[in-house]
Design a protein. Structure first.
Length: 235
């Protein structure tokens, strides 16, 4: 089973967490259903390459969900093609394509990004030289809006990667590695609850700019919750 975790970017709080078989539609809908029942509204969803995440959130919240697609996951998918031995003859051109895509999606503002994208569209015939290149280009054109959604908001309001969630997953994996397995699903659920509660109550100590104001406060406190005299072990 996997742990489904989602972080609030501006507080680093964990408004909901659950276990699922995998990131399938059923588990994702159950996750977002409970998240909504908890009273948590989504303004912008930052996700990895799994399109079902946005689809499930839109279904549960009964409205389109504004989504930012993680740059790191998108570019890592390109790296998989670049590393393939059977595509060695196209490697140099795929590297050029990846650099061009980075140039577009990491523009300093949305206007410049759109202009650069327009220039790219005019040159599509140069890039479309094989089935693989066609696929990579069409995928980029399709996902362009979600890759640049962060540019449509004030600087720093929306991240362009899901790195903070990935870092959290890594911390959890590191803790679980030595445990090997749980004797039951209930034991796994109880451990996940305890681990997440501990993190929600734990105060930050070494945050760097621009999040140094997190230091001395816990995610729940940053989310304006009064946790004075509360012990997470009793919850």
């Amino acid at each position: 089973m996997i742990a489904l975790l989602g972080l609030d970017y501006h507080t680093r709080d964990l408004p909901h967490y659950s276990l699922g078989d995998n990131e399938n539609m059923i588990d994702l809908i159950l996750y977002f259903k409970q998240l909504r029942e908890n009273g948590y509204e989504i303004k912008v969803l930052v996700r990895d390459g799994n399109e079902k995440i946005t689809e499930a959130a839109s279904k549960v919240y009964d409205r389109p969900i504004v989504t930012q697609l993680c740059h790191r996951h998108f570019l890592a998918k390109m790296d998989e093609y670049i590393a393939r031995k059977d595509l060695l003859s196209e490697r140099d051109k795929m590297i050029l394509l990846k650099n061009r895509i980075q140039f577009i999606i990491k523009s300093p503002n949305i206007e410049l990004s759109i202009n650069r994208m327009s220039d790219f569209i005019k040159e599509k015939s140069f890039w479309k030289t094989s089935i693989t290149m066609n696929y990579l280009i069409e995928r980029f054109v399709r996902d362009f809006e979600e890759l640049t959604m962060y540019l449509q908001y004030p600087q720093g309001l929306v991240p362009n990667t899901s790195n903070i969630s990935e870092n959290l997953n890594k911390q959890l994996k590191d803790r679980l590695r030595s445990m090997c397995s749980f004797q039951s699903i209930l034991s796994a659920e109880n451990y996940l609850k305890l681990w997440c509660l501990k993190r929600r109550f734990q105060r930050f100590t070494d945050c760097k700019k621009p999040f140094q104001h997190f230091n001395g406060k816990s995610p729940l406190e940053l989310a304006a919750c009064n946790i004075k005299n509360l012990n997470y072990l009793n919850l």
